[in-house]
Design a protein around this ligand. Structure first.
Ligand code: EPZ
Length: 434
């Protein structure tokens, strides 16, 4: 298992190219299962989660091919990815095996496309993960409302459709608010159902919007995406298309915070600040300035960071996927901050590791109280989940001395060539291959 060695203290200065969104790419790749012909996706990042989805689509009868990187003139920084082709060859395959689903619970996003286009799906129950339980009851309930029958056998979800799914008006919200992948699953299944479906309490995330926009290019009739009420008029078939996925807003937020923590100045290319207004709002209160110039963000910060209070919310609120990175930043604020996690109340595995680096964080249920300190100390720490690992990288960039982060495969799931991008703007980071 690889590790990162980081020597803290360097100010980050220069340009970073933001990759395409992992959380848009995964459901969009799954939606390609529904389209006849060869779809071509641009901007899909090279990540281990994407590799897992490629493998899953291969087992579901698709031919997946990644083209070499488009050789665009490039300043410093890694060459990113080439287009990804997905062609449906065999529609008889409908099983997502445990070996794949257990490594990536987002595999659940093939459920709606399979039921909508093939009428059958066998998916290993996605277990929990480091950030807590990951139930799929809302997915099942929404798909049952469309007429799918489900049973659980030997840890597998088996879904079947007698005849054709039928559209209906449904409420899809849960105790913690809307479900992103649940909304997308129901939207995909409804796209080829008979009649109209209205999803009330739908997730509004940009990744839901991007998936709906891709499906409309394929011939679907979806409207209201980005609002809590999505309307889908069922059609008989969907045709392969070409699409560029939206920029990764979580990676963007991570690099904005990296610039602020190192008191550096970064230009972030190919990103969309409109997807991060809640993050911009809270970071401006900390003292971070984000100026936009077309598709580029210019980040700088005051030397003194102000403490703040924040609660994670469904979009457009402050995203849970930026909670750990914000916590790393607030470790250096001038006073006491409070973060409350409303989406995944257990999402605090980074607290213990940050405290090992000299942070003063106290967890009380779904709330963390962060007492700012003058500096963090380098230490050996353990990555646990994707975003917690990113928080440890951020802390290592500013800690005094060397930080070793073990199990960085967690980071490789969601950040494309992160160490190369950081080195290109002055970070002292290296990957140690075990
Ligand atoms: C997506 O997960 C993202 N993953 C997550 O990002 C993100 O944290 C999450 O949305 C919330 O924004 C992908 O898009 C691949 P949910 P998803 O269903 O769709 C509860 C990352 O770091 N719930 O919106 O699986 C659930 O427990 C990952 O990139 C049910 O109760 O999340 C949670 O409390 C981590 N029943 C809340 O809803 C269900 O059937 C929101 O979960 C489904 C969800």
């Amino acid at each position: 298992m690889d590790s990162f060695l980081i020597r803290g203290g360097n100010r980050l200065k220069g340009r970073v190219e933001i990759s395409g969104s992992k959380n848009a790419s995964l459901p969009i790749m799954a939606a390609c299962l529904m389209a006849r012909g060869r779809s071509r996706l641009h901007g899909v990042p090279r990540l281990s989660d994407i590799d897992s989805m490629n493998k899953l689509l291969g087992e579901l009868g698709c031919h997946v091919y990644r083209h070499p990187p488009e050789d665009s003139p490039r300043e410093k920084g890694p060459v990113l990815n080439g287009p990804l082709d997905i062609e449906v060859m065999d529609e008889s395959r409908c099983e997502a095996r445990y070996e794949i689903v257990s490594t990536m619970r987002a595999s659940i996003c093939v459920l709606g496309p399979l039921l909508g286009s093939r009428g059958r799906a066998i998916i290993s129950m996605p277990g929990g993960c480091a950030i807590g339980d990951r139930p799929v009851d809302l997915h099942i309930r929404g798909l049952q409302r469309l007429g799918a029958d489900f049973r659980i056998e030997s840890g597998n979800i088996i879904g079947e459709v007698r005849g054709r799914l039928k559209g209906c008006r449904m409420y899809l919200g849960g105790a913690q608010g809307p479900t992103v992948l649940g909304t997308i699953n129901v939207m995909c299944a409804a796209a080829m159902a008979e009649g109209e479906t209205v999803i009330v309490g739908a997730a509004c995330e940009p990744e839901v919007v991007d998936t709906a926009n891709l499906m409309n290019k394929m011939g679907a009739k979806i409207s209201g995406q980005g609002t809590p009420e999505i309307r889908i008029e069922g059609v008989d078939k969907l045709i392969a298309t070409e699409h560029r996925v939206i920029p990764d807003r979580i990676e963007t937020a991570t690099f904005i915070i990296a610039a602020a923590m190192t008191n550096g100045e970064l230009e972030l290319k190919h990103c969309n600040l409109d997807h991060l207004l809640a993050v911009e709002d809270r970071l401006s209160e900390v003292g971070i300035r984000v100026e936009r110039e077309n598709g580029t963000l210019r980040v700088s910060s005051a030397r003194r960071l102000n403490p703040i209070e924040t609660t994670t919310q469904p979009y457009p609120g402050f995203p849970t996927d930026v909670q750990a990175q914000l916590m790393a930043l607030l470790c250096l604020a001038d006073g006491m901050s409070v973060i409350t996690e409303r989406i995944f109340p257990d999402r605090f595995l980074h607290v213990g590791e940050l405290n090992r680096m000299g942070a003063k964080i106290r967890k009380e249920g779904a709330t963390a109280v962060i007492q700012g300190v003058k500096e963090l100390q380098g230490a050996t720490v353990m990555a646990s989940d994707l975003r917690a690992s990113a928080a440890l990288v951020l802390a290592g960039l500013v800690a005094r001395g060397q930080t070793r982060i073990n199990r960085v495969y967690h980071i490789d799931r969601g950040y494309e060539k992160i160490e190369e991008k950081l080195i290109a703007v002055g970070a002292d980071i290296q990957r140690v291959r075990e």
